[in-house]
Design a protein around this ligand. Sequence first.
Ligand SMILES: [Zn+2]
Length: 235
Amino acid sequence: MCKTLDGDEPVPWNYFFGWGDPTLLPDYFTQVSNGKHKHVAELVYPFPGLVDNWYRLSKTEADYRDDPQGDIFDLQTFLEDCLARADDDPNIPWELIGGIRVVANFDYNWATGSPLYANLGGISRIWPVTLLPKFAWSNLHVVTHEMHHAEQGFGHSITWWDKRLNFFDIMSENVNLNSCDNKHPLYGCLPMGPSSFWTSRANWTTDDRVYFVDPEPSIQTFILESLHSGDNTGK
Ligand SMILES: [Zn+2]
C-alpha cells in the first residue's frame, strides 16, 4: 500500500487481510483452475508478505500527473516508487512472494496487471504485478481480473461483434461495478471466474467439464451449466 505525500489512508492497512480470508473468497484460484493453480494468499491467512502499513511516498498526488491539464496519472512512476519503497522494507519475505499487488491511496479510472522484470529483495525475476487505484482494490472482481492479466497472461474477452461486458466472465472489460449481483459490503463486486475460453487456454479445463460432440446421431441434447458455481460438474 502506498500513499502520496499529501494523501490520507482511505482504509486501515488491515482491510487487506480480507483478501486472504477463506470465508470471503474460499479457494478462488483452486476452484476456477480445477485444483491446478493454488494461490498462496488462499493457503495462509493472514498471507505472507502483506505489508502492515501504508508507505508514505515523497511525491504529492499532483507530482504523478504528467500532462498540463493534470488529468492523466503517471501510474508507471507511482508503481516504481512504491516498489522501491517496498524493496527498502526488511520485513517482506521476498522468497515467498508469488506476485505483487500495489495499492494506491488515490482513485483513478484505470488499473493494470502485467508481468514486470525487477530486482526486489535481491531477487531478479519476472514478477506478476497489479496496480490498483481505489475503484480497483475496493472491488475484488477488478483485483482478480488484473491478477489474471499478470499471472496467467489472459487478455480481454471479445465476441465476434464486440467486447464482452458481463460478470460471468472475469476477463470482460468495462463492467458496471454498480450493478453486480454479488456485491460485498467491504470488498465490492466479487469475482465469478473466467470463461471456458480462458480456462482452456490455461490448461485448467479437465475433460469431464467438456462435451465432445459425436457427429452421429445428428440431434443431441445436453445440459449447459455455469462453469464456476454449484457443484462444478456442468459442461
Ligand atoms: Zn483488463
